[in-house]
Design a protein around this ligand. Structure first.
Ligand SMILES: [Mg+2]
Ligand SMILES: [Zn+2]
Length: 224
């Protein structure tokens, strides 16, 4: 029987909407819109696009941006219950995020501990905000992901009997979804899973995610 292991996105998944988009809407000059379109249409890589987006912002804004991101973030219903569910069932739960440490870490703090939190990092020591990429693509990914979810999945080396569940919503989850045994998807990710014939189910809340995983445990498809 397969052992479930969960890789959960952060922006637009744990939170109801994308924190980077919210930050840009609030603080960035209008050029950010074109960069956003280029990222979403995959004309430029996530790494390049997100780096350029944050370079539009002055490092002096650090405190304002951090405060705004934390206050603005709405957690998707059922997340707390979902984290408890994974803990009770001893299902490893990793947060893999294309978001940035200065808002990902404080927002997740009250739900900790996780088996791991992977996200990008930030440097406010220069004139504008610089994004650091501690989880770049390995030699098997040429997608220039920024925070490379498939590389993280490979690095964790889950084992032959693992059943990899990817939860996500958008462009940063596409490569991870291709490596998943099952995807819980919203929004753009859901459309792409349909288009590419990836084994998936849509969801609205984390209660839906609990139900979908529980179903598979009950029929004996998964053991934990
Ligand atoms: Mg997302
Ligand atoms: Zn990659």
């Amino acid at each position: 029987m397969a052992k479930p292991i969960i890789f959960c996105d952060f922006d637009g998944t744990v939170t109801q909407s994308d924190n980077i988009i919210a930050i840009m809407k609030k603080f960035a000059p209008p050029e950010w819109l074109e960069l956003k379109d280029q990222i979403l249409s995959r004309k430029i890589s996530i790494n390049e696009g997100v780096g350029k987006l944050f370079s539009l912002l002055s490092s002096d804004l650090k405190d304002d941006i951090t405060k705004f991101a934390i206050e603005n973030a709405k957690i998707r219903p059922g997340f707390k219950e979902f984290v408890d569910f994974a803990r009770v069932k001893s299902i490893p739960l990793y947060i893999v995020s294309g978001g940035i440490d200065f808002f990902v870490q404080p927002i997740l703090a009250e739900y900790a501990p996780f088996d791991g939190i992977y996200c990008n990092e930030s440097d406010f020591s220069g004139e504008t905000i610089e994004i650091l990429w501690p989880h770049k693509c390995d030699s098997l990914c040429d997608n220039d992901c920024g925070c490379c979810k498939p590389s993280i999945i490979r690095q964790l080396n889950c084992g032959e009997d693992s059943f990899k569940i990817v939860i996500g919503d958008s462009v940063t989850d596409l490569e991870a979804a291709k490596h998943a045994d099952f995807v819980l998807a919203r929004d753009l990710l859901q459309e792409k899973c349909e288009e590419w014939g990836i084994n998936h189910q849509g969801f609205q809340t984390f209660f839906d995610c609990i139900d979908e995983i529980n179903k598979r445990i009950e029929v004996g498809e998964l053991s934990c």
